[in-house]
Design a protein around this ligand. Structure first.
Ligand SMILES: Cc1ncc(COP(=O)(O)O)c(C=O)c1O
Length: 397
């Protein structure tokens, strides 16, 4: 029996996310009837807009319930390209587009299609948990680049350049960032693109939160002159349209890469859910006002969360320029017997019933991630509890 139970080695190259423990403990407490405030969830608290839900219902009524092309329907690919053109001025064609089962699937497929064993992938820290594991799973090596907390976790082209080696195959940028909310300056983004063009490496731009920007207008590096051969756009419907459960993401990239990804997808998931594709089509071609309405709400919550966090003794918090996360530095608690960010998160949940995500999941040692994609009432309750939690240390000191 032992031999049969041995798990393939490639699985040991990926780790169980350390976000899972706090989420599982929070769920357990909730099932016991405890009033848990959940700042852990990385998803909009808004329902999917009604026009999108109605499109899915119509798809069901019309029996649009069969297989589609493995890489997504022709009309959805066309709509993705047209929306990207309308929003950012790019000029992708359907042959340069694939629809996958969420943005995570897109990033998995892109790394599987492009990374050779030993290739290096440059990733700014803090990073979204999945990047590290998909690179490792593809046999690549992560080259992490620390960002500057004092500057709101921003990075510069110079910081990226210092991590480049002859083995670098790809740079992964997520702006606005999960978990810090940091936004990469447009000029620096363009300089990073030029580094990629000069050296013949890929620039993967994860545009998951690109519509949730608090200052200036959203842009895509794919619209820069001469970008298309090197840029890989990873997009998703999940956050922009409050569609996390529908599982629709997309890539825009040179056509041969789309062909490779489609081949891989045709032997794994095959097509994304047919009904969800119809819903995504409506999201992209129908009214866009729900996106602005959500952004306006996040904007209020961001200000409230920042003000409350900065009023807590010992807490520092950089201003997030986008997305819906705050990434406060809670290291003051380490002087009071808290070991690390995981210990902080576990004790905060045990003692005050507030769930946050420990920064170690994102590659930093002094922070926790707070999602403000939740109601003002929950924000008030949870931030009051966090304040009390931190103040306990102050009083003991
Ligand atoms: C930075 C980032 N990229 C991509 C994704 C993928 O989202 P999905 O797979 O739901 O499309 C997420 C989800 O949390 C994310 O935070």
């Amino acid at each position: 029996m032992t031999g049969q139970m041995e798990i393939a080695e490639r699985i040991s190259s990926i780790s169980v996310s350390s976000t899972m423990k706090v989420a599982a403990d929070a769920e357990k407490l909730r099932s016991e009837g405890v009033d848990v405030v959940d700042f852990g969830a990385g998803e909009p608290d808004f329902p999917t807009p009604d026009n999108i839900k109605q499109a899915a219902i119509r798809a069901l009524d019309q029996n649009f319930t069969k297989y589609t092309a493995a890489g997504g329907t022709a009309d959805l690919k066309k709509a993705i390209c047209e929306r990207h053109t309308a929003d950012f001025g790019t000029d992708y064609k359907p042959a340069e587009c694939i629809v996958s089962v969420g943005g995570k699937h897109v990033i998995f497929n892109l790394t599987q299609a492009l990374i050779y064993p030993g290739d290096e992938v440059v990733i700014p820290v803090p990073f979204w948990v999945t990047y590290k594991d998909v690179v490792n799973y593809a046999g690549g090596k992560c080259a992490f680049v620390a960002s500057d907390e004092g500057n709101g976790f921003t990075i510069t082209a110079q910081m990226i350049e210092s991590a480049l080696t002859p083995k670098t195959r790809m740079i992964m940028i997520n702006s606005p960032s999960n978990p810090s909310g940091a936004v990469l300056d447009r000029q620096e983004f363009e300089k990073i693109l030029h580094l990629c063009v000069k050296r013949g490496i890929y620039l993967l731009t994860d545009e998951c939160y690109c519509h949730f920007l608090y200052e200036g207008s959203p842009f895509s590096i794919a619209s820069a002159k001469g970008a298309k051969d090197n840029v890989l756009v990873a997009g998703t419907m999940s956050k922009t349209y409050a569609m996390t459960g529908w599982r629709i993401g997309f890539a825009l990239s040179p056509a041969p890469i789309i062909v490779a990804m489609t081949k891989l997808q045709s032997h794994s998931t095959s097509n994304p859910v047919s009904i969800a594709q119809k819903a995504a089509l409506e999201a992209l071609t129908g009214p866009q006002d729900s996106v602005a309405a959500m952004l306006a709400e996040y904007s209020k919550r961001r200000k409230y969360t920042l003000d409350r966090l900065r009023a807590i003794p010992g807490v520092r918090c950089a201003e997030p320029g986008g997305a819906f996360y705050a990434y406060p530095n809670i290291s003051a608690a380490f002087k009071q017997g808290i070991k690390d960010t995981m210990d902080f998160s576990v004790k905060l949940l045990e003692r005050k019933h507030v769930a946050v995500v420990p920064g170690e999941a994102f590659g930093t040692n002094e922070h926790v991630r707070i999602s403000y994609a939740t109601s003002m009432e929950q924000l008030d309750k949870g931030l009051t509890r966090l304040h009390e939690f931190m103040t306990t240390f102050e009083q003991r000191a």
